[in-house]
Design a protein around this ligand. Sequence first.
Ligand code: SF4
Length: 152
Amino acid sequence: MQPPDVNKAEQKQIEAKGFSDFLDRSDETGIRWIRRQKDGSCFFLAKDNKCAIYGVRPAVCRLEPFTIVDYDYERNTIELELNFPASCGCEGIFEGETLHAEEIGKAAQAIVKKILALTAKDLCLPETDKKVRSETRSRILRRTVELTDLTV
Ligand code: SF4
């Protein structure tokens, strides 16, 4: 599985914990991914299978086991669902701490913000432009369809 991406704020938080040299080079879209260990796992997955940066893990990790399925930019709402493919394969799915809805909401907002920023860059328009918000929603919906197709 691809390790998560980070934005600048997340990168700084991780660096403040004393970590460095944990990023792959940016891909063609400018996304900065956490690099893999030799076995392909995330750079921060420790030998005891725990996350070495749990307190400052990226938004996509904080959102697990949920996934974003829609972003209604006109109502400014984000719809989440349980990520069934990921959660069905995870024995510890209901064994961890209980997260507050507010924390999950913040993680979802951070992810939508990242997609908005990338879309704005691609379209050379400000993030507030309606075209950018609409295309961001389309990207999220396309990704949801792709994920659904994979599970059939
Ligand atoms: S939770 Fe931690 S170890 Fe797991 S993918 Fe996220 S950053 Fe990597």
